[in-house]
Ligand binder design. Structure first.
Ligand code: ACM
Ligand code: ZN
Length: 522
């Protein structure tokens, strides 16, 4: 197949290979219009960094039909439903990237970069003229949510690594970075109003050596820990810097602050937010902790809203993820204040305290023009209609029932797209074959499934090399699922194209496993 010769990931919607080549060289110029100046700068930078080419800009009016340019065009035709659409035409004379928005233009660049033979990557012998095959591509994504989640609460990787992941996401046309920033084992967001969240909550004394099965009492069980301290957090300024970096790559950052469970780090700092009053420590163990926020106390709502105020001040994304996974009700069952809340609100039992909490927070976010997203445990017949459901496990049927009623859903099936699992449990093929629209799900409801997101939980991922090892190439497979039409996806074709993608990963200094390792158990 022609497309296979072209080696682009994600596979574009429509590609045709034409006769001849375009010769990219030091003499090639870049022409931009008003919409694409940022894209021109980005292309110039990447070509310099990875290919040792230093191209000049040229005004379209100076060109007079001369050849040898990379031309960005913003077309007037309004593709309202598809701002990410682009076309890429490589002829012997010029390369033309057309789109209706600068986002489309950016994705055109990403496809173009993959057409450059990898032997031209710096580090290999730099050729003076790089041959790019003449082709034409028409392309747009299948899903509008193509995400990657990084857990920096369990381990902290820092700005440099996050930027590197954003660079790699851009290459794969992934557009949503979901940032899991708080959990039992660490609080990573500076909040001016509650300084102890980072002073106390961002540090733990070590990490459990061996994972215990089941629910772990964080207070009583003395399981050995490694004694290696873990700490770190982001200031407002750090966030601003990373948000700008993501913006330049058309990536939206969705912050996640996990409430009302997975809150041991917050409770270590402010134990009065719990049912019992504590004291607590930032957890050194994993699993589900029984101490969670007390839903009976108004201070808990005040705290959560104040924290979210600062989060909304930092992050411009409409959607704010507030977690909501794995919340135990044991403390609520015994807490007089929680029981009081149940009686006052007519909630008929502690099983409804979570939706009470979620709805109040969802309403609060709505009043500020934002929208709540939470893990599938937030689902409930009474849940606020605008809340977005993030599916990860267990009750797919329930999730689909809610989607049928019009609720939006993002799919992160644990057994397919959780990148923290070893390759022998989730081989790359399994990840690739997973489709976010379940077979039994009728076409009418496709519009409610916003897309797919890969999750990398880092309980046992303590450094950047392991992080990258776990993510690549499975994240590449997920990027293709998010972008490429379902009927064009093919695992054998993907593997062939992956062969040419791996040198790009190398150029980005990514630590990835061998083919034998990432294809285990097949
Ligand atoms: C999750 O994996 N607890 C969302
Ligand atoms: Zn309580």
């Amino acid at each position: 197949m022609i497309e296979e010769e072209l080696q682009i990931i994600p596979e574009p919607v429509k590609v045709s290979l034409n006769e001849g080549v375009f010769l990219l060289s030091q003499k090639t110029t870049i022409q931009v219009d008003l919409t694409s100046t940022g894209n021109g700068e980005y292309l110039k930078q990447v070509l310099a960094l990875h290919y040792g080419l230093n191209l000049a800009f040229e005004e379209p009016s100076q060109n007079n039909g001369r050849k040898n340019s990379i031309i960005f065009k913003t077309s007037k035709e309004k593709e309202l439903n598809n701002p990410e659409k682009y076309s890429l035409l490589v002829s012997r004379e010029n390369i033309t990237i057309s789109a209706t928005t600068s986002i489309g233009g950016f994705y055109g660049i990403q496809s173009l970069l993959q057409l450059i033979p990898h032997k031209a990557l710096k580090g290999d012998k730099i050729s003076l003229e790089i041959s790019i095959p003449c082709i034409s591509i028409e392309d747009f994504p299948r899903f509008k949510w193509r995400g990657f989640m990084l857990d920096e609460a369990r381990h902290f990787f820092g700005k440099k690594q996050v930027k590197k992941m954003l660079d790699l996401m851009a290459l794969l046309k992934l557009n949503t970075f979901h940032w899991h920033l708080t959990d039992d084992q660490g609080w990573r967001v500076e909040i001016k109003k509650y300084p102890l969240l980072t002073k106390i909550g961002s540090k733990r004394e070590g990490t459990i050596v061996a994972q215990k099965k089941g629910v772990i009492s964080s207070q009583k069980l003395k399981v050995p820990i490694d004694g290696i301290p873990v700490s770190g957090y982001y200031t407002r300024e750090d966030f601003m810097e990373i948000i700008e970096y993501a913006n330049e790559r058309y990536i939206t950052i969705i912050p996640e602050l996990d409430f009302p469970g997975h809150t041991m780090a917050a409770l270590a700092a402010y134990p009065e937010l719990s049912c019992t009053g504590g004291p607590f420590e930032v957890s050194t163990r994993f699993g589900i902790h029984r101490d969670v926020f007390c839903i009976g106390k108004e201070e808990v709502f005040e705290f959560t809203q104040n924290v979210l105020d600062e989060v909304m001040d930092i992050f411009p994304s409409k959607i704010i993820h507030t977690g909501g996974d794995e919340v135990l009700r044991r403390r609520w069952n015994k807490c007089p204040e929680c029981q009081n809340r149940i009686n006052e609100e007519g909630l008929e039992g502690s099983e409804n305290l979570q939706v009470y909490f979620t709805n109040r927070i969802a309403d609060y976010l709505s009043s500020k023009g934002r929208q709540l997203m939470g893990w599938n445990e937030i689902l409930n017949d009474n849940l606020n209609k605008d809340a977005i459901c993030h599916y990860w496990t267990n009750n797919l049927k329930l999730v689909l029932q809610h989607a049928i009623k019009g609720r939006k859903v993002v799919m992160s099936e644990m057994s397919a797209v959780y990148l923290n699992y070893p390759y022998n449990l989730i081989p790359t093929k399994k990840t690739y074959l997973y489709d976010p629209i379940p077979d039994e799900y009728s076409k009418n409801y496709e519009k409610y499934i916003l897309g797919i997101e890969a999750c990398l939980w880092t309980e046992f991922v303590s450094n950047k090399d392991t992080l990258e090892w776990q993510a690549f190439p499975r994240l590449i497979a997920i990027a293709e699922t998010g972008w490429t039409p379902k009927n064009k996806r093919n695992f054998d074709s993907f593997l062939k194209r992956l062969e040419s993608f791996l040198p790009l990963l190398k150029a980005f200094d990514v630590n990835y496993p061998t083919k034998e390792e990432f294809l285990q158990d097949q």
